[in-house]
Write a protein that binds this ligand. Structure first.
Ligand code: ZN
Length: 425
């Protein structure tokens, strides 16, 4: 396995590659970071005729999904371009964004009967934008003296283009391994395969997704106009596509507190995170989205992955929820140990939380002499996107420096300054 971790602002974006070359994109981070740090790499995969076999969207929060939406928007733009060129408009401008690789499938928990799933939303956008693009080229059509006729033919063609990116034509199958239903622990009896990698779903449990569905519905019911406005705006404005449609009500954002590991302080979307244990040749990567420590242990136990003492050692732990204080506590740190701890956070919302960083290190020190371990941070005070983030990352770096000293060489750390780094698995 190979694990590539991208800069992703305050979100997550990683790429897992199996020994036999199958790829899984793990969330897409924020739209801007996707554009700057992820899209070029994915474009190179496309150029090399390589595929992303699975896009795993842990949950619906913007910091995980807006990069994925951006990727789908980019593909949609390329499809429109292809269609235009193939239908008598050879001068249609080539999209300025790198074309993403072919996508084999998506794991994503949304409720299509209420707001529409990702694919449908992209289809909507395309259906609206293709005629707009046609209109932009209308001068040429007007010269033909048959604008009306051509447009009348082209709109149905544009709708064909929009259908082309649907599940059948673009081959973006939704939750295929869950029979097209929600991705939950109960929804898949066996582990899924990503080439030589085995993916065991350890979260969410159906009850958490049911709760999310209820909150989603309630939000839609009280924000009917907003939903309509979003749908209209999404048709024309690709900016809004990635940013507003899935914004969660601010009142539901986590209230900052001093308590560590309180499940009640974790939002419903976070608690509904899809969580996976990826295994290949006895090596393990634990992917936790923004989930809660109790749910991670519960899911691992359900799948028989904990030893009789209730413990598991993994090569890589993607630390849950950007190292937030509400999602972890001592019992978890003692139960789950890793050679490599990956913190996806850029200092915004004071993540990774200083208490969490110390707690993990201190619990490892408490083992006495033991194996070395590494902390990986996908940002740094010199590159974080906001002033508050830079200030916080600087505190994290000071703390980690002290912990490294205290560790007598056991703890190492790496910070990401460029687009991505590779964590050894
Ligand atoms: Zn998040």
């Amino acid at each position: 396995m190979k694990l590539t971790v991208f800069r992703s602002e305050k979100g997550d974006c990683l790429l897992l590659t199996s020994k036999n070359g199958k790829r899984m994109l793990i969330d897409g981070g924020m739209e801007k970071s996707y554009e700057n740090h992820v899209a070029p790499k994915l474009g190179r995969l496309r150029d090399a005729n390589k595929k992303v076999d699975l896009v795993y969207v842990s949950h619906i929060d913007r910091d995980h999904i807006s990069g994925v939406l951006r990727m789908l928007d980019d593909e949609a733009a390329w499809r429109v371009h292809e269609f235009q060129v193939a239908n008598g408009n050879p001068g249609h401008p080539i999209p300025q964004t790198p074309r993403p690789p072919k996508l084999g499938g998506i794991w994503h928990n949304a409720f299509r009967d209420q707001l529409g799933n990702l694919t449908e939303r992209v289809e909507d956008t395309l259906a609206a934008s293709a005629p707009l693009l046609l209109a932009a080229d209308a001068a040429e059509l007007r010269r033909d003296g048959s604008k009306q006729g051509l447009l009348a033919q082209s709109i149905p063609e544009a709708l064909k283009v929009s259908r082309r990116i649907g599940p059948n034509q673009l081959d973006i199958a939704l939750n295929k391994q869950f029979a097209g239903k929600l991705a939950t622990v109960e929804g898949i009896a066996q582990a899924a395969k990503l080439g030589t990698v085995t993916l065991t779903v350890i979260g969410p449990f159906a009850a958490d997704v049911t709760k999310l569905r209820a909150e989603w519905k309630a939000w839609l019911e009280t924000h009917g106009e907003a939903v309509l406005a979003i749908q209209h705006r999404a048709a024309a404005d690709e900016e809004s596509m990635g940013s507003s449609a899935l914004a969660w009500p601010a009142s539901q954002l986590i209230a900052l507190g001093n308590e560590l590991g309180a499940r009640s302080k974790v939002t419903t979307p976070n608690l509904a995170s899809i969580m996976l244990l990826a295994e290949e040749g006895g090596r393990r990567v634990l992917l936790t989205g923004d989930g809660h420590w109790q749910d991670i242990l519960h899911g691992l136990e359900r799948r028989g992955k904990l030893d009789p003492a209730g413990k598991l050692h993994v090569e890589v732990l993607k630390v849950q929820h950007h190292g937030s204080e509400h999602n972890i506590e001592q019992q978890f740190c003692d139960a789950i140990t890793a050679d490599h701890y990956v913190f996806c956070a850029n200092g915004e919302h004071a993540n990774p939380d200083l208490r969490v960083v110390s707690l993990i290190a201190e619990r490892r020190f408490a083992e006495g002499a033991g194996a070395p371990f590494t902390f990986w941070f996908n940002s740094h005070s010199s590159v974080a996107e906001t002033a508050a983030g830079r200030a916080h990352m600087s505190e994290v770096e000071t703390l980690v420096g002290q912990l490294e000293q205290q560790s007598g060489g056991r703890l190492r750390s790496e910070s990401l300054l460029g687009d991505s780094f590779e964590v050894p698995v």
